[in-house]
Design a protein around this ligand. Structure first.
Ligand SMILES: Nc1nc2c(c(=O)[nH]1)N[C@H]1C(S)=C(S)[C@@H](COP(=O)(O)O)O[C@H]1N2
Ligand SMILES: [Mo]
Length: 521
C-alpha cells in the first residue's frame, strides 16, 4: 500500500507546479528574445521600466547607499517577488483555475507595456512575451492535470484507493515536471547560443570596413512624379524572401565557398580571398518569381562583389556542364544556368549591398546576384557551395516543388502613382511607376486610360539593362471613375503580354491596373 501523503505534502505539489510553469515561461520567453536578437528580453524591459518610473530622489538615494549594487538589488527583489508569485499561482490553481490565467495575463500585459514603453520597439519584440504567456498556461495545465485527477473525486476521508490514485498522479506530475522543466532549460540554453552567435556576427558586420564604391544614383534615373518609389531601393525597404526561420549567422572569418563538381580543379575561397581579388560593382534589380502583377517583391540595389565568371574560370569548367548547384549555409539550394554565371553579365558573389556589408537577412557575408534571373534560381544568400553540374542530374529546392527550372525574368511593369482606390483632381495628372526585364532592358512603357489608346511615357535613364526603369508622364483625366493600365516593351521589341498568368510555375504575366476617381476642383 502506498504511504499516505499528509495534507501538507499534498498541498506542496501545487506551488511546485506553479514554480516549474513560471520558470518554463521565463525560459522560453528568454529563448525567443535571444533567437530574435531582441535587445531587451521582457524581464529586462520590466526592470528598466521600474527604474524609469522610480522617482528621482529614490533613485538618487539608491545610488548613494547601494552604489553599483542597486541594479543587482532590483533584479534580486524582482526575482524573489516573481518566485513568490509563481508559488502562489500554483497554490491558487488548486481551488480556482482562473486565478493563474488572471495572474499570467496581468504579468504578460505588464511585460508588453514595458516593451512598448522601451525606446525602440518593433512588433516582433512582443513575440517573446506571447511565447512566455502561452508556455505558462500550457505547462501549468499539463502539470496540474494529473494532480487534479488524483484529488478527484473529493473524499471526506482519505482511503487506500485514494492514496494509490494520489501516488500515481504524483508520479505523473513529477515526470511531467522533470520533462517540461528540462525542455525549458534546453530551450533557454539553445536560444542563448543561437542569439549570442547572431549578436556577435551583427557586431562584426557593424565594424567591417569594405573598400567599396559608394552608390551614386544615375542622373535622370528618377522621373519627377510625386509618390514614385526611389530608384535605388533602401535596404530597409528591400523585400526579403527565405525559407530559413532562423537565418544563418556566419562570421566572415568562418565563411568559405567550395567550387567543385565538373571542374578541372576544386577551388576553396575565404572571405579575405574575395577581398584580395578586388570588388567590382553593379546596379542590379532583383525580383521574386512569386511577385504578383503589380506586387512589391522587387528591388534595385548597388551590389559589390567578385564576378562568378572569373571564379568559375579559375576552377576550369569541364565540357558538358550546364548548371551550377548553389547551396546555402541553411541547406536551401538552387540550380543556376551555367551560362548566366559565366557570360559577360555582372553575375557576382556579392559582399555589399548599397555600399555596406550585406545585411544578415540579405545573405551576409556572401550571396549570389545574377542579373536577369529570378531569385529562386540564382540569388543564393549565405552561399557556401557551388557544384558545377548538369540540370539533368540535379533537383533543387523550388524545382522539386513544381517551379520552373530556368527562371528567366519576365517583362513586367507596375503603376505606383496613382494608387488604387485614391481620388485625384481632374485635369492633367502625373502618373508613374517602374518596369523591368533585367539583362534585356526596357525600350518603352505605355499606359491606357479606360481602355483608350496606348500613350507613351517618358523613361528614366538607366546605367545598364540589368536594372528596372522608372517611367512617368502626364495624362488627362476627366471627372469620374477611371481604370489605368500599363504595359512595357523590352529592348528586343517584345511587348509585354496582357495574358494573365499566376506566379506558379515561372512568374506572373498580365498588365498592372489601378482604379481611381477624379474630382473636378
Ligand atoms: N539561402 C537562401 N537564399 C535564397 C532564398 C532562400 O530561401 N534561402 N530565397 C531566394 C529567393 S526565392 C529570392 S526571391 C531571393 C530574395 O533575396 P532577398 O531576400 O535579398 O530580397 O533570395 C533567394 N535566395
Ligand atoms: Mo523568390
Amino acid at each position: 500500500m502506498a504511504p499516505r501523503p499528509t495534507p501538507q505534502q499534498r498541498a506542496l505539489v501545487w506551488p511546485l507546479a506553479g514554480l516549474v510553469a513560471g520558470a518554463a515561461g521565463m525560459l522560453t520567453s528568454y529563448a525567443a528574445a535571444m533567437v530574435l536578437t531582441i535587445r531587451e528580453a521582457p524581464v529586462v524591459a520590466i526592470a528598466e521600466l521600474v527604474v524609469r518610473s522610480t522617482p528621482g530622489p529614490v533613485v538618487a538615494f539608491a545610488l548613494k547607499f547601494l552604489g553599483a549594487w542597486n541594479k543587482t538589488l532590483l533584479l534580486s527583489v524582482m526575482a524573489v517577488l516573481t518566485v513568490v508569485l509563481f508559488w502562489y499561482v500554483g497554490a491558487w490553481a488548486r481551488r480556482r483555475w482562473w486565478v493563474p490565467v488572471l495572474v499570467y495575463s496581468l504579468m504578460a500585459t505588464l511585460a508588453a507595456v514595458a516593451v512598448l514603453l522601451s525606446s525602440d520597439w518593433s512588433g516582433v519584440d512582443l513575440l517573446p512575451v506571447a511565447v512566455g504567456y502561452v508556455t505558462w498556461l500550457v505547462v501549468l495545465s499539463l502539470l496540474t492535470e494529473p494532480l487534479r485527477r488524483a484529488e478527484a473525486p473529493p473524499r471526506s476521508e482519505p482511503g487506500p484507493t485514494d492514496a494509490a490514485a494520489y501516488a500515481r498522479g504524483r508520479r505523473q506530475f513529477l515526470v511531467r515536471a522533470g520533462l517540461l522543466g528540462a525542455a525549458a532549460v534546453v530551450a533557454g540554453v539553445a536560444g542563448r547560443l543561437v542569439g549570442s552567435g547572431r549578436r556577435h556576427v551583427e557586431e562584426t558586420r557593424r565594424l567591417l570596413r569594405l573598400d567599396v564604391r559608394a552608390p551614386r544614383v544615375p542622373v535622370g534615373a528618377h522621373p519627377d512624379v510625386p509618390g514614385l518609389s526611389p530608384w535605388q531601393t533602401p535596404v530597409e525597404d528591400f523585400y526579403r524572401i527565405h525559407t530559413a526561420i532562423v537565418v544563418p549567422a556566419i562570421e566572415p572569418s568562418d565563411w568559405s565557398l567550395r567550387i567543385h563538381g565538373m571542374v578541372e580543379r576544386e577551388v576553396v575561397l575565404g572571405y579575405q580571398d574575395l577581398l584580395d581579388r578586388g570588388l567590382t560593382d553593379a546596379w542590379v534589380t532583383l525580383c521574386c518569381v512569386s511577385n504578383p502583377v503589380g506586387g512589391p517583391l522587387v528591388g534595385n540595389a548597388w551590389w559589390s562583389g567578385v564576378r562568378t565568371a572569373d571564379l568559375l574560370a579559375e576552377a576550369g569548367v569541364l565540357d558538358g556542364a550546364d548548371a551550377v548547384l548553389q547551396t546555402s549555409k541553411d541547406g536551401w539550394n538552387c540550380a543556376t544556368p551555367l551560362e548566366a554565371l559565366t557570360d559577360d553579365r555582372d553575375a557576382m558573389l556579392a559582399l555589399a549591398m548599397n555600399g555596406s556589408p550585406l545585411p544578415i537577412e540579405h545573405g551576409f557575408p556572401v550571396r549570389t546576384v545574377v542579373p536577369g534571373l529570378y531569385g529562386y534560381v540564382s540569388a543564393t544568400k549565405w552561399v557556401v557551395d557551388m557544384e558545377v553540374t548538369r540540370f539533368s542530374d540535379v533537383d533543387a529546392y523550388w524545382t522539386q516543388r513544381g517551379w520552373g527550372e530556368l527562371g528567366p525574368v519576365k517583362t513586367a511593369s507596375r503603376i505606383e502613382v496613382p494608387r488604387s482606390g485614391t481620388t485625384v483632381a481632374a485635369g492633367p495628372l502625373r502618373v508613374g511607376g517602374v518596369a523591368w526585364h533585367q539583362h534585356t532592358g526596357i525600350s518603352a512603357v505605355e499606359v491606357s486610360l479606360d481602355g483608350g489608346p496606348w500613350q507613351p511615357m517618358e523613361l528614366g535613364r538607366v546605367p545598364s539593362a540589368d536594372t528596372w526603369v522608372q517611367w512617368g508622364g502626364t495624362i488627362d483625366v476627366g471627372p469620374g471613375d477611371h481604370l489605368l493600365r500599363v504595359r512595357a516593351t523590352d529592348a528586343d521589341g517584345v511587348v509585354q503580354t496582357p495574358v494573365e498568368r499566376d506566379v506558379l510555375p515561372d512568374g506572373a504575366t498580365g498588365h498592372d491596373l489601378v482604379d481611381f476617381s477624379a474630382e473636378s476642383a
